[in-house]
Ligand binder design. Structure first.
Ligand SMILES: [Zn+2]
Length: 312
């Protein structure tokens, strides 16, 4: 059977036609242009699904369902987008609107939850029924899967690991809480930590590398070149990341953590030390079994593939 998965972002909309085995038969990316409003976005979205069905070689009528991921608070049981600041949507009846316009079953869910589901069904989480997915991007996205199902909490407002407090006296976060994990482990936080190190050590190799601009990669690049200042930044960042992962392990003890987003592209130099620190901690406490830490494998496709999995 064939399913359409859609990942709506503030800038781009990604979508694909996916079969039961996670094979992508056709896909596309286009600009959201949120200023044109909900109705226009919705109509183009349905038109584009039609086109993708054609490209995949079957009729729209043969499509079994449509799943949609939205960046915001989404009540997936009711199919409602409660609030989405990127798109300025509030209380939008998205699942029903799609159903009425297409006659197809439709489910909607938070975008990070969709990506978690995508990785669990078709990506590097395939071998696990219990996992926590965390994306280390500009902000933090997260999803929790328990016994093969998304855990979303009351009103589907939970599973926001980025807003887990890790420092009582920390800076105030956009959510209103203080010292949220996101303020320490997002790519933006890593850039801030890198900037602070450069100001303190303007003669370091790290400062030299950052002359043409700082990104979440800078500290990792300089650390690989043997710069001690950069290594300090990377080690501290990995410490913050593992600190939260240990907290989540104490609550959930999942089989694995899947790390995605820009910073996770560092691969082994990020994943291996996190995995070692986490499992040394588990070992010291006798909390067997060990917990795996792996990089996400679906990249930008995780969101729409997971959205498709909502209707499988
Ligand atoms: Zn917060």
């Amino acid at each position: 059977m064939y399913y359409a998965g859609v990942d709506i972002g503030g800038k781009n909309i990604k979508m694909g036609i996916v079969d039961d085995f996670g094979k992508v038969l056709a896909s596309t990316v286009y600009k959201t242009q949120m200023e044109r409003g909900y109705d226009a976005i919705l109509l183009e979205l349905i038109n584009n699904i039609n086109t993708l069905c054609e490209q995949a070689g079957f009729e729209f009528d043969e499509l079994s369902g449509i799943g949609i991921g939205v960046p915001g608070i989404v009540n997936s049981r009711a199919g409602l987008v409660m609030s989405c600041s990127n798109l300025q949507w509030k209380g939008v009846d998205l699942a029903n609107d799609v159903k009425n316009l297409t006659g197809k079953p439709c489910k909607v869910c938070n975008d990070a939850n969709c990506a978690a589901l995508g990785e669990q069904r078709f990506g590097s989480g395939k071998n696990y029924k219990n996992l926590v997915f965390v994306t280390l991007g500009t902000g933090i996205g997260s999803g929790i899967i328990i016994d093969g199902k998304l855990f979303e909490g009351l009103g589907c407002a939970g599973a926001e690991a980025g807003h887990m407090g890790i420092q009582v006296e920390g800076d105030v976060c956009a959510c209103g809480n203080k010292g949220c994990w996101e303020e320490f482990i997002s790519a933006s936080a890593l850039v801030k930590q890198t900037k602070a190190a450069i100001e303190k050590y303007p003669d370091s190799r790290l400062a030299q590398i950052c002359k043409d601009g700082i990104s979440g990669k800078s500290a990792f690049i300089a650390a690989r070149e043997g710069d001690g200042v950069a290594k300090g930044v990377v080690d501290r960042y990995i410490g913050y990341l593992t600190y939260g992962i240990i907290g989540l392990t104490n609550i959930l003890h999942p089989q694995a953590f899947i790390l995605g987003g820009g910073v996770a592209n560092e691969g082994a130099s990020l994943i291996l030390p996190v995995k070692k620190m986490l499992n040394d901690y588990i070992d010291n406490n006798g909390f067997y079994p060990y917990v795996d830490v792996v990089g996400a494998s679906l990249g930008d496709s995780a969101g729409y593939m997971g959205a498709a999995a909502l209707v499988m």
